[in-house]
Ligand binder design. Structure first.
Ligand SMILES: [Zn+2]
Length: 434
């Protein structure tokens, strides 16, 4: 190739690169114009293929980081182990230039807050997006011995792969892609907690405070099958204690008040509050009582879980549980508990987020559906505050909390590309849930 030909060729290449960059940037951010509608965005030729190719290139490092997180076993009840896993995420965040803040928790795992992108967004009014995840798992230390982290049959296997270390690794990869393409125009907050699997008691106030400053919340929990989650049931827990009167079952039968029998009546009372067509379930999960077969039991107890679809059912259930009375007046019934995760109702702001994701997925070449689930997540808290919340944006796989827990590798790159596109394309002036 002669010098002039080389120059011409180089100029042509440069022009192509500039053109692609302009298309990339204007495509992804065309939607930030106030009032722009989906149809306008769809005309703006988002270079989803470039995003997908980028995600595919990064798939080996995404898997390597997931594996690193999985090898750092992190059961919720082991603070040191959870914190060690969070430290890996903090280091990865620092590599990507994050502003790192650790919310210390004396009893359970800390919460890690990573902020990426400019403190001042473009346009200036754009609020941050909150990415929510957790790094604790339900698996005790040593689970790796019988469930080794390995790639086979198109899956990445191991404790915590699906729920939800792969989802966390996807978030880092999506952010890295946006940084490298210079597409991070607004602040993204990645919050990873260490107590989700035991109810998020310590991290809930942090999650809620950050969510209130954000325009949308994306939750990195696993997909429901292949679907994103737009609704989740709320969860309540109650403990019921029955006190009766102990007596010799043979000598003084009539002097005894059988606490187990009374508890059985209570169990029957609460169980019939289940109403499947209204999405209400009540389940007595654990129960106990008594001491010996020849002693009329003076004490019996049960732990009950209820799930609700509608927010209004929460206070209703709380009133019903509080009003439980013994049939045998010699027994006393004590009830403690209440709703601890409000339902994530399917509301317009969330549906708008889902529709955007669905359109972007179509451009990536796959169909995205929405689903509701009986399971709870930290998305329940943010949705209840009225912040548009889209859930199930993490990995696709099977066996969360089960021995066959695994992630389907083929979905990692497309879902990561979709996550990146969603981080870049959610309208700046989103309206709150109505
Ligand atoms: Zn989870």
């Amino acid at each position: 190739m002669g010098l002039s030909a080389l120059v011409t060729f180089s100029v042509a290449c440069l022009a192509a690169v500039v053109r692609i960059s302009i298309v990339l940037i204007s495509g992804l951010f065309g939607e930030f114009k106030k009032g722009s509608r989906m149809s306008e965005r769809m005309d703006s030729k988002i270079p989803m293929r470039a995003l997908l190719a980028g995600a595919r290139r990064k798939q080996p490092s995404l898997i390597a980081f997931t594996r690193q997180l999985v090898l750092a076993e992190s059961p919720s009840d082991d603070k040191a182990a959870v914190d060690a896993c969070l430290a890996l995420a903090a280091a990865r965040g620092s590599q990507l230039g994050a502003r790192v803040k650790i919310h210390r928790n004396p009893n359970f795992g800390n919460a890690l807050e990573l902020r990426f992108g400019p403190r001042k967004s473009t346009p200036p009014a754009a609020k941050p997006i909150l990415l929510l995840g957790h790094l604790d798992t339900v698996w005790p230390l040593g689970s790796l011995k019988s469930m080794p982290c390995r790639l086979s049959a198109g899956r990445l296997w191991g404790p915590g792969t699906l729920d939800m270390k792969a989802g966390v690794a996807m978030a880092f990869t999506a952010i890295e892609m946006l940084i490298e393409a210079d597409l991070l125009r607004r602040e993204i907050i990645l919050l990873l907690n260490g107590d989700e699997e035991i109810g998020s008691t310590a991290s809930r106030p942090i999650t809620e405070a950050l969510a209130k400053t954000c325009s949308a919340v994306y939750v990195l929990e696993p997909a429901q099958g292949l679907a994103y989650k737009t609704a989740r049931k709320g969860i309540g827990n109650w403990r019921i204690d029955v006190k009766g009167i102990a007596a010799h079952a043979g000598v003084d039968f009539e002097k005894g008040a059988n606490a187990i029998r009374e508890l059985a009546r209570v169990i029957e009372t609460v169980s019939v509050w289940t109403n499947l067509s209204r999405g209400l379930t009540v389940s007595v999960g654990v129960a106990g009582g008594g001491t010996k077969t020849n002693v009329i039991p003076a004490h019996a107890w049960a732990e009950v879980e209820a799930r609700i679809v509608r927010r209004a059912d929460g206070p209703r259930f709380e009133r019903k549980f509080a009003a439980i009375k013994p049939v045998d007046p010699r027994c006393t019934v004590t009830v403690a508990g209440g709703i601890n995760r409000p339902p994530m109702e399917r509301r317009p702001g969330t549906v708008r987020l889902f529709r955007t994701a669905q359109a972007l997925a179509r451009e990536l070449g796959f169909t995205l559906n929405e689903a509701s689930t009986g399971g709870g997540s930290d998305g329940n808290f943010t949705a209840a505050l009225g912040i548009p919340t889209l859930d199930g944006m993490g990995a696709v796989g099977e066996g969360a909390h089960a021995r066959h827990e695994s992630v389907l590798v083929e979905h990692l790159a497309p879902r990561t590309a979709l996550l990146a596109a969603m981080l870049a394309s959610w309208p700046a002036h989103s309206s709150p849930q109505s």
